[in-house]
Ligand binder design. Structure first.
Ligand code: SAM
Length: 282
């Protein structure tokens, strides 16, 4: 059932987009002294050795993060994400790419709180061990969809919820939208960031239509395409963000065109930025 292992994909172009958007949101939240809460419903193993066998099976990171390292004239909005990644890649543990939990733990402060859910029997112990000595972090070997309902609203009343399933189950495309609606009912002021892959454009179109029908005010969508769709696999990926910080759209506008050029695999590469539901909708 749980055949997906994120280690095969760590540091690919989809991770770059997702982790950069998470970095922008958490950097914004951390500007205020007030504590905040971070919830990762599908956390993975936390971080990934790019020298490992799994990462090198398809070496997706070479078409992702490796294309950004050492770049010149990097847009300012990408510099903090790239600095945190570089610290991890050059850290004591060797060539390690930070997953969303590790990235969040580096960006958040001593008085913030992190909750991480992961079901995989091999990835969960790695995740739990990684944060065993970090008092801010709770890990759960539980279904992130169910557990997130129980964890919201957080006592901090401000925070980011990242929903990042593997979409092995096709029902996840529609299920994620319903789930965000449920979470939003419990914590209407939370920021929600949903990652999605584009393998079949019609599935994504249905998902976006469902977000529009859900009508959660202030819902944005960012998408990055790296190649044409003929290869049969993921050729683009995106993030839907509900209740983004007011700075997020301008940050993405400043960085995504550069990312799209840098990560392009062929001439069909590109990006899009769209308001799915405006701030003023009912
Ligand atoms: N968020 C991670 C990151 O960016 O570094 C990557 C997560 S990966 C795309 C999805 C993860 O969800 C996998 O590790 C998988 O084992 C886990 N998973 C699948 N179904 C789950 C569920 N119902 N609850 C929690 N974790 C689940």
């Amino acid at each position: 059932m749980l055949s997906y292992r994120h280690a095969y994909h760590a540091g690919n172009s989809a991770d770059v987009l997702k982790h950069w958007v998470i970095e922008r949101i958490l950097t914004y939240l951390a500007q205020k002294d007030k504590p905040c809460f971070y919830l990762d419903t599908h956390a993975g193993a936390g971080r990934y050795a790019l020298t490992g066998d799994l990462a090198n099976k398809t070496a997706e990171y070479r078409r992702g993060i490796e294309r950004l390292r050492g770049a010149v004239a990097v847009p300012e909005v990408l510099s903090n994400y790239l600095t945190v990644v570089e610290q991890s890649l050059n850290g004591e543990q060797g060539h390690v790419y930070p997953g969303s939990p590790w990235l969040a733990s580096k960006l958040l402060r001593a008085h913030d709180r992190l909750a991480l859910c992961e079901l995989h029997p091999q990835d969960y112990p790695v995740l739990a061990n990684l944060f065993a000595n970090d008092a801010r972090v709770q890990t759960f070997n539980e279904d992130g969809f169910k557990k997130s309902i129980a964890l919201l609203p957080p006592k901090e009343r401000r925070g980011l919820i990242v929903v990042d399933p593997s979409y092995e189950i096709k029902a996840d495309y529609a299920g994620v939208v319903k789930h965000i609606q449920r979470l939003h009912k419990r914590f209407a002021t939370g920021i929600y960031a949903v990652w999605y892959p584009v393998v079949d454009a019609s599935r994504v179109a249905n998902m976006m239509a469902a977000f529009q029908r859900a009508g959660l005010k202030n819902t944005l969508r960012f998408e990055l395409q790296t190649s044409d769709s003929s290869g049969g696999g993921m050729y683009a990926s995106g993030m839907v963000v509900v209740n983004p910080p007011w700075t997020l759209c301008q940050d993405v506008q400043a960085g995504l065109p550069w990312l799209a050029k840098r990560l392009a695999l062929d001439s069909s590469a590109g990006f899009s930025i769209e308001t799915l539901v405006p701030e003023s909708s009912v």
